[in-house]
Every structure is written in structure tokens, then in C-alpha cells.
Design a protein around this ligand. Structure first.
Ligand code: NAD
Length: 248
């Protein structure tokens, strides 16, 4: 059996699926890892359900406070993000499909047009009624100025971070772009994702069905390990730079 490094060295076109584990080394906790938000506090999952968010004003107030304190505002990209910038420089990166909402791939230097934010971004807010999009920065300023659950300035509707909560569908165009990237690669690399959230995780099957080799890099086992051609059970901050520098 060939190793992840060997598959990678042969690849001409790579699509990468990243998850929260790529940003833990930047100080942003994941959900399901050993130090994950939900591992430590399962009740925190409520904040990520669209039905609960819409129904419960107290939960929205908590959600705005959590957004104010989010680690993304101070986090810096780490060596895993930087390794993917190096991969782009080799000309072999088809796309980064990221489940992360923190914007750290772009901050590290990955081209925005190669980063598909399948679960949206925390840097913007969207009105659930009229769809108006504005910056998170201005919404958080309103919270700081005394509006605990600031309404949409256009229509008065509920505002929420422009991220996909459980119960919300993915943006159709973004989903199409991620499927196209999974079909159009010879290596599909997953990094720092538990592969438990659908439809993101099923991109592994799409890639394999279209002839790609699947390389999984994650600290813990995933439901797709058996489908993979290689599994790298290491820290992504170490594994991705090694993988990418070994193959250039
Ligand atoms: P997850 O929490 O389900 O899984 C993260 C996985 O990464 C775990 O299996 C963990 O063992 C592994 N991991 C953690 N640190 C690692 C490291 N340094 N090296 C290697 N592996 C590591 O996260 P997910 O699969 O991305 O899915 C959950 C949802 O979480 C996504 O929809 C995403 O939007 C959201 N999320 C995003 C952020 C972020 O933007 N940084 C943070 C938390 C959650």
C-alpha cells in the first residue's frame, strides 16, 4: 500500500477538505475533538440549531456574546494553513473546501477564489428574513453599544452570523462548487475534520467515485478511514507541511 506522501507526490490536482482541527493549533477549539466545545459542554450544541436560535431570544443573546468572545478575532494562521498556501504555489491546488468559518485560510494567503467556505463565514451577518448581508464587525459594535440581539436595519428581522447552523441548507452555488472540486482532482485530502457532518463529509465518496485517491489526515479515526487510500493520524500542523514539502 502506498503512503499518503507517495500518493501526494504523484498528484497533479489536489482538492483539500479542511475542518475545525486545522484551526485548533491557532487556538480555536473544535467541536468534537478531546478539547472540543461540545465534548466539554454538550448543551452548547443548542446554539448551533437554527430552530432553537429562531425560537429562543435568550439563546440569541448568548450567541451574540459568544460571537463577541470568539477566538477567531485574535487567532493567527498556523503551519497547516501555511502549508496549503505552499501547495497553491506549486500550481497543484484545485480548491480548498473548508468547513471552517474563521477565514484563516485567506488570512494565511490562500487565494479567496480557491477557498470554498461550505459552512459560511463568521465575518458577516445575514438577516434571516430579507437576506441582507452586513459585516459582523458593525453588528458586534451594536451589541457592545447596548443592543443584546440587534435586529436587521433594513427590515427588523433576526440577524445571525452568515454560517450554516444545523437545520439550514447549504448555499446551492457553494455546494455545487464543492462537488465540482471533489470530482475534479486526483487526490482528495481531508485535514482536521471528524467527517461527521453531511453533506461535507460525503465529498470523500464523490471524489473516490470520480477516480481520486483519498488521503485522510486527522488526529482521531473517522467514518471514512476504510475508504481511504492512506490515513495519517498526526497533528495537521506537523503532517501537512511534511506532506507538502516532501512532494515539491
Ligand atoms: P469536528 O470538531 O467535528 O472535528 C475536528 C477533528 O479534528 C476531530 O476529529 C479532532 O480529533 C481533529 N483535530 C483537532 N485538532 C487537530 C490537529 N491539530 N491535528 C489533527 N487533527 C485534529 O470539526 P469538523 O469536522 O470541522 O465539523 C464540525 C463543524 O465545526 C464544521 O461545520 C465547522 O463549521 C465547525 N467549526 C468550525 C470552527 C472554525 O471555523 N475554526 C471551529 C469549530 C467548529
Amino acid at each position: 500500500m502506498m503512503s499518503g506522501t507517495e500518493w501526494f507526490a504523484r498528484a497533479r490536482r489536489v482538492t483539500v477538505l479542511t475542518g475545525a482541527g486545522v484551526s485548533t493549533e491557532s487556538g480555536i477549539p473544535d467541536f468534537r475533538g478531546p478539547h472540543g466545545l461540545w465534548t466539554k459542554n454538550p448543551a452548547a450544541q443548542r446554539m448551533f440549531s437554527i430552530d432553537e436560535y429562531v425560537a429562543d431570544p435568550d439563546l440569541r443573546i448568548q450567541a451574540w456574546q459568544a460571537r463577541r468572545e470568539h477566538a477567531a478575532w485574535t487567532a493567527e494562521p498556523n503551519s497547516a494553513h501555511r502549508a496549503l498556501v505552499d501547495l497553491e504555489r506549486t500550481g497543484r491546488l484545485r480548491a480548498i473546501v473548508t468547513q471552517n468559518i474563521d477565514g484563516l485560510h485567506q488570512r494565511a494567503g490562500s487565494s479567496a477564489d480557491l477557498v470554498i467556505e461550505i459552512h459560511g463565514t463568521i465575518h458577516e451577518v445575514v438577516c434571516l428574513a430579507c437576506g441582507d448581508r452586513t459585516s459582523m464587525r458593525s453588528a458586534l459594535q451594536r451589541v457592545a453599544d447596548g443592543e443584546p440581539d440587534p435586529p436587521c436595519l433594513v427590515c427588523g428581522g433576526l440577524l445571525k452570523s452568515a454560517t450554516i447552523a444545523f437545520g439550514q441548507s447549504l448555499d446551492a452555488g457553494v455546494h455545487r462548487a464543492s462537488v465540482a472540486a471533489a470530482r475534479d482532482c486526483d487526490v482528495f485530502l481531508t485535514a482536521g475534520t471528524s467527517l461527521q457532518v453531511q453533506p461535507a463529509a460525503s465529498l470523500c465518496e464523490v471524489a473516490v467515485a470520480h477516480g481520486a485517491r483519498l488521503v485522510i489526515c486527522n488526529a482521531e479515526p473517522t467514518p471514512y478511514d476504510e475508504l481511504a487510500d492512506a490515513v495519517i493520524r498526526e497533528r495537521v500542523g506537523q503532517a501537512l507541511p511534511e506532506l507538502i514539502s516532501a512532494s515539491v
